[in-house]
Design a protein around this ligand. Structure first.
Ligand SMILES: [Cu+2]
Length: 298
């Protein structure tokens, strides 16, 4: 391949980056993240672009400097090397400039970490429990729980995706702040859905929190992202985001209850020990005598 052709392909690939977004699934030759479907992922994208603008000039600058140094100060052309060891203004400059660069990255980065941390005001809760090797889901506000297994090759129906589709999808309403609580009953797992900007470790005996507000209906795929044993690669995640009315119909179809109705056990937006895995629940109840219950009043 000629150099000109390589350059042409490279430039074309860069131009195509904005169009290379996938929709909730990875695609062949994908060059960017999957399409953002939550405010968190939109901000992750923005952060990524900002970082590219910072690191690309640095990369070019260092490469050019290195090339100039290699060429101009080669032994043949420069037989007597300089013995200079200090240059105060230069040393101040090459200390201050990186400090400014790192600080300009650190502030937006920390801001984003806090934004990802938890929902300001959660409308409902989804609990994710990692097992070797499948996911269990609970909707404490709706009295629903089920296991979700990846489909084997011979179970796939027309249009389903190998190694990503599952026997029972997580269904969530769009435009709703969903608190996601993650835990595990055996080893470390990680509930990761790229379009949501979520990669949350699920840890036995602990409860981790994150959140999502899905911006558009669709099916979003993910996988376990923590090496958790022999079937680690087969713990797929499929989230179907639907309009609110459709979600309510799904809840009824699953035999669940809507918050506010008579059978609802917990009001939405409150974390109680009952949401914690059985072992965690026992701990929380034990602690409740001495400390206030683990309740966040939003
Ligand atoms: Cu896992």
């Amino acid at each position: 391949m000629s150099i000109l052709r390589t350059i042409k392909i490279f430039l074309f690939s860069i131009m195509m980056i904005p169009f290379a977004y996938a929709d909730g699934i990875p695609k062949d030759w994908q060059m960017w993240y999957q399409e953002a479907a939550s405010p968190v992922m939109e901000r992750v994208n923005e952060m990524h672009i900002m970082l590219m603008w910072i690191i690309t000039p640095i990369l070019i600058f260092v490469t050019v400097m290195l090339a100039i140094t290699l060429f101009r100060f080669r032994e043949k052309k420069n037989p007597t090397p300089s013995t200079r060891t200090h240059n105060v203004p230069l040393e101040i400059l090459w200390t201050l400039v990186p400090v400014v660069i790192v600080a300009s990255i650190a502030f937006p980065s920390v801001k984003l970490i806090y934004f990802m941390d938890k929902a300001e005001k959660a409308d409902m809760t989804l609990k994710v429990i990692g097992h070797q090797w499948y996911w269990e889901y609970e909707y404490p506000d709706h009295n629903i729980s089920f296991d979700s297994f990846m489909l084997n090759k011979d179970q796939l129906k027309e249009g389903q995706i190998r190694n990503l589709d599952v026997d029972k999808q997580v269904v969530l309403p769009v435009d709703t702040n969903v608190r996601i609580l993650g835990t595990s009953v055996d080893v470390l797992h990680s509930w990761a859905v790229p379009s949501f900007g979520i990669k949350q470790d699920t840890i036995p005996g602990r409860l981790r929190e994150t959140w999502v507000r899905i911006t558009k209906p669709g099916i979003y795929y993910g996988q376990c992202s923590e090496l958790c044993g022999k079937d680690h690669g087969y713990m797929s995640i499929a989230v179907r985001a639907v309009p609110k009315e459709e979600f309510e119909a799904w809840v009824k179809g699953e035999g669940g209850s809507l918050p506010g109705s008579e059978t609802a056990v917990e009001p939405a937006g409150v974390v109680t020990p009952a949401l914690v895995a059985p072992i965690e629940a026992k701990k929380s109840v034990g602690k409740a005598d001495k400390e206030p219950a683990m309740t966040s009043t939003l």
